[in-house]
Design a protein around this ligand. Structure first.
Ligand code: ADP
Ligand code: MG
Length: 380
C-alpha cells in the first residue's frame, strides 16, 4: 500500500465536500522497542512513533456538528457536540469519545466536517486506536483554535479510550502518538510521565514483523497479569513493582509463589533493561540495544508467559539474519507483532528473508514493515 500523504487526504476532502480543507492533521501509530508490561507497574517504556498514521482533513462548521467520512470504512458518521451519546461500537466512537473527554476537561469545542483515513493496520498492535484519538484531538484543537500540549492531550485521549470506548489501556500509546519525535524513540516514565527523546544508533532501522496471529484470550490474561503484579507489589509493600530493585528482589523473592515470583522478575528486570536500552541508544550502541531486546523476549516468553509459537518463530527467523541486532515480541502478546532492530543497509534483504523463513516454517502469512520514527500528532 502506498503511504498516505497530505495530497491524498486533501483530494479525498475535495471529492467529498467540494471546497478546500482548512487543516490537515496526522497522528502516528507506534511500536514499543522495549519495556513491555511495565506501564501498569509505574515503570519505563521506550516506544517510537512510526511513519504510519491516521489523517484527518477538515474545515470548521458554523454549528456544533461534527461530520466525518471514513475513507477506509466508506461510511459517514456525525454527532452533535451538545448531545454526545455512546453507541458502544464503531470507529466514530473514538472521535466522539475524544470530544467527550476534551469537553469534560472544560474545553469548548467547535463543529467541523472532515475526511478520515489511516494506514496503521487495525488490531495489529500498532495502536491505530490511539492514533485515531490523537488525530481527533488534534483536529478538535485546530477547529476550536485551542493550544496543543501533547501531554495533557494524551491523558484526555487515554480517558476517551478507558471510559468512552471501554478499553483499559495505559498511557503509552496516546503519549507516543502525541509526543513522538522524528528519528528518536521516547523514554517514558509511566509514573511521572516525564519523557526523554533518545536518538537511534546511526545506520539502524526498526522492522515490525506481523505474525498475522491475533490475540484471543488477551483481555483475561492481561487482567490476570495485572492482578499478579499487584499481589507482588503488596508482598513487597510498595505502591508498584517499579519501587522494587533487582537487589531487593533477589534477597526477598523466595517468599513469593513460583508464578508471582516470575511475573515480578520480568517486570523488575524489564524496567532495568529499558533504562539501560535508552542509555545504549544515547551512546549509539546498537549491539547492546539488540541484546537487551533479545533478553526482553526471553523474559516475556518464559517468566511473563505472554508470547505464542508464532511470535517465537518470528523472533527466531529475524535473529537468524546477519543484519539483525535483536528481536522481540512487542505489545501485550499472544499474537500480533514482533519488533527488530536491524542494519538499515540490509533492510530489504532482511524483510524478504525473514518473511520467507517465517512463512515456510509456519504456513502463515506475514507482513513486515520497515519503519522510520516520526513526529507525534501535528498539523501538516
Ligand atoms: P489497535 O491495536 O490497532 O489499536 P484497536 O482494536 O484498539 O486496535 O483499534 C482499532 C479500531 O480503531 C478500529 O476497529 C476502528 O474502529 C478504529 N480505527 C483505527 N484506524 C482507523 C481508521 N483509519 N479509520 C477508521 N477507524 C479506525
Ligand atoms: Mg488499540
Amino acid at each position: 500500500m502506498k503511504p498516505l500523504d497530505k495530497d491524498i487526504i486533501l483530494s479525498q476532502f475535495t471529492q467529498r465536500f467540494g471546497g478546500p480543507a482548512a487543516w490537515v492533521v496526522r497522528a502516528p501509530g507506534r511500536v514499543n522497542l522495549i519495556g513491555e508490561h511495565t506501564d501498569y507497574n509505574d515503570g519505563f517504556v521506550l516506544p517510537l512513533a512510526i511513519d504510519r498514521a491516521v489523517w484527518i482533513a477538515l474545515r470548521r462548521r458554523p454549528d456544533h456538528r461534527v461530520a466525518v467520512y471514513s475513507v477506509d470504512y466508506r461510511q459517514d458518521g456525525a454527532f452533535d457536540l451538545d448531545r454526545l451519546e455512546n453507541e458502544k461500537s464503531g470507529w466514530l466512537e473514538y472521535v466522539k469519545g475524544t470530544a467527550w473527554s476534551l469537553e469534560e476537561s472544560g474545553l469548548r469545542l467547535a463543529g467541523w466536517e472532515g475526511v478520515l483515513q489511516g494506514d496503521v493496520p487495525l488490531g495489529a498492535g500498532l495502536s491505530s486506536s490511539a492514533a485515531l484519538e490523537m488525530a481527533a484531538a488534534r483536529a478538535f484543537t485546530a477547529a476550536a483554535e485551542l493550544p496543543w500540549d501533547p501531554k495533557p492531550m494524551a491523558l484526555l485521549g487515554q480517558k476517551a479510550e478507558n471510559r468512552w470506548v471501554g478499553v483499559n489501556c495505559g498511557i503509552m500509546d496516546q503519549l507516543i502518538s502525541a509526543a513522538g519525535k522524528a528519528d528518536h524513540a521516547l523514554l517514558i516514565d509511566c509514573r511521572s510521565l516525564e519523557t526523554e527523546a533518545v536518538p537511534f544508533p546511526p545506520g539502524t532501522a526498526v522492522a515490525v514483523l506481523d505474525t498475522s496471529t491475533r490475540r484471543g484470550l488477551v483481555d483475561s490474561a492481561y487482567n490476570e497479569r495485572r492482578a499478579q503484579c499487584e499481589a507482588a507489589a503488596r508482598f513487597f509493600q510498595v505502591k508498584a513493582l517499579r519501587d522494587v530493585t533487582r537487589q531487593r528482589f533477589d534477597r526477598e523473592a523466595d517468599g513469593l509463589d513460583d508464578v508471582t515470583r516470575r511475573r515480578a522478575r520480568h517486570v523488575i528486570g524489564e524496567n532495568d533493561r529499558t533504562v539501560e536500552a535508552a542509555d545504549a541508544m544515547r551512546r549509539g550502541d546498537a549491539a547492546l540495544l539488540g541484546q537487551l531486546m533479545n533478553q526482553s523476549h526471553e523474559s516475556l516468553r518464559d517468566d511473563y508467559e505472554v508470547s505464542n509459537d508464532a511470535l517465537n518463530v518470528m523472533v527466531e527467523c529475524a535473529r537468524r539474519h546477519p543484519g539483525c541486532f535483536g528481536a522481540r515480541m512487542t505489545g501485550a502478546g499472544f499474537g500480533g507483532c514482533a519488533v527488530a532492530l536491524i542494519d538499515a543497509q540490509a533492510a530489504a534483504d532482511f524483510v524478504q528473508r525473514t518473511a520467507d523463513a517465517y512463512e515456510k516454517q509456519t504456513g502463515l502469512h506475514s507482513a513486515v514493515y520497515v519503519c522510520r520514527a516520526t513526529n507525534g500528532a501535528e498539523v501538516v
